[in-house]
Write a new protein. Structure first.
Length: 71
């Protein structure tokens, strides 16, 4: 499983944008599908909201693929 730290320069980043920015999704539609399928968790809980605002110290896990720490 790939572990990566994503540094943001704004107050927050939305979940679908983070998946695209990190390269885990190549398009917004792909990010939406990953989130809707229940494969993405935020801080240990499955998240189905693609507009979920992520702030520093949040952790996003894509099942079996990657763990991202927002910094």
């Amino acid at each position: 499983m790939r572990k990566e730290t994503i540094t943001i320069t704004t107050e927050y980043i939305k979940l679908d944008q983070l998946l695209k920015f990190s390269g885990l999704a190549s398009t917004g539609a792909e990010a939406k599908d990953l989130i809707a399928s229940g494969c993405v968790s935020v801080n240990g809980e499955v998240c189905l909201a693609r507009g979920k605002k992520l702030r520093p110290n949040d952790t996003v896990v894509l099942e079996g693929e990657a763990e991202l720490l927002v910094e």
